[in-house]
Design a protein. Structure first.
Length: 376
């Protein structure tokens, strides 16, 4: 099968030599030009979009992006915001470490760089949550820097067009792709507009034509040279992640209600849903009963329909149980700074009408939305 040559075989093929110019021409004619974060050199706008677009589709990102810019119009506003406000706006977008790093990065830009994003990919890559490829994208779009990107879309394009074998997440394969990506860049005297068009073209090609499921080879500017197209291996390239048995974990969640309010508990800063507000949990029903009693619940649970949520490395099965606050329990004197009744910084009684003010994981929000009719 065709494979990308090793760095020692450093003779550029005709396709490699023409790749950048052909891609730039295609992008200017057929690429995307009206996304909210395009047609600007504002590094804050570009950085925000690049972080949100990591492992998330454009259609999902757009409404979140608009809400973030409305709430945090510049990096200083984001840096000074409470982390709870950031997590609340991010809730539902997934991969929540991105939101924590987003906040940390904004603070680092303000503290280390006077509120101005550095222009070089190397300096950008030193900031929280910005890796090599993301740094290159920001530098290219915001400052016209000649820098190489290699995200998932780009890996798929390179694997198919040049017939690169192996799983792109494997270090050996990824290193080969970086070598090729560097080789394909526009000439060193290319204009900043050409560099930005090239970078955007790589993203557009992978996102709109060379997609994972059914690539639109008929409209691809590289169809006549593409190894995968010529050999009918579009479904095989790039190679899939080696299959592993996905373990299943099980947890019990407590929906403790008091009228139209439910009890939420802040999760630890690391791990799944780190820093978000969720329902109290326990490893089994007996342990959940003990926790419910400690919170002042009346005896007895109402069983709710179980639900499941799949993460990258495991599947989580959730067994929700509903209980009411006991009559003898008191929530007086437990108001926090925003007027929501709370036990401490780690727990809060939240009216369902104000759930949007809290960052709540998607499956927990789904559970509460399903119960909203009975909790109000």
């Amino acid at each position: 099968m065709p494979a990308f040559p090793t760095p020692a075989e450093d003779t550029a093929s005709p396709l490699q030599a023409a790749f950048a110019s052909r891609l730039i021409e295609w992008q200017r004619r057929h690429g995307r030009h009206d996304l909210p974060w395009q047609n600007t050199r504002d590094p804050y706008w570009i950085w925000l979009s690049e972080i949100m677009l990591q492992q998330t589709q454009v259609s999902t990102v757009i409404p979140y992006y608009a809400k973030f810019l409305a709430r945090f119009p510049d990096v200083a506003a984001l840096a000074s915001a409470p982390i709870d406000d950031v997590m609340a706006l991010w809730a539902g977008l997934g991969y929540y470490s991105r939101a924590r790093n987003l906040h940390r990065c904004a603070q680092a830009v303000v503290e280390r760089h006077g509120g101005v994003f550095p222009a070089s990919p190397e300096a950008l890559a030193q900031l929280p949550g910005i890796g090599r490829s993301t740094a290159a994208a920001i530098a290219s779009f915001a400052f016209g820097a000649r820098a190489t990107i290699l995200d998932g879309n780009v890996k798929r394009v390179l694997a198919r067009v040049f017939g690169i074998e192996g799983f792109p997440g494997e270090k050996r394969v990824e290193n080969a792709m970086w070598t090729l990506a560097e080789r394909l860049m526009p000439a060193s005297d290319a204009s900043s507009d050409d560099v930005s068009a090239y970078t955007q073209g790589l993203m557009d090609l992978g996102a709109t034509l060379c997609v994972r499921g059914k690539p639109d080879c008929a409209r691809c500017p590289f169809a006549t040279d593409c190894v995968a197209h010529a050999t009918g291996r579009q479904r095989e390239l790039p190679a899939a992640r080696p299959k592993k048995t996905v373990p299943t974990r099980r947890t019990w969640m407590l929906v403790l209600r008091d009228g139209a309010s439910v009890l939420l508990e802040r999760r630890p800063p690391s791990g799944i849903w780190g820093g978000l507000w969720s329902l109290p949990e326990a490893p089994d029903e007996a342990a959940l009963a003990e926790r419910a009693q400690a919170f002042g619940a009346a005896e007895g649970f109402e069983r709710l329909a179980p639900l499941a949520h799949t993460f990258t490395h495991f599947k989580l099965e959730i067994e929700p149980r509903c209980a009411d606050l006991g009559r003898e329990s008191s929530r007086r004197g437990m108001l926090n700074s925003v007027g929501i009744e709370a036990r401490d910084d780690a727990t809060a009684w939240v009216p369902l009408a104000q759930i949007d003010d809290y960052g709540v994981p998607a499956p927990v929000r789904k559970l509460l939305d399903a119960l909203s009719g009975s909790l109000v």
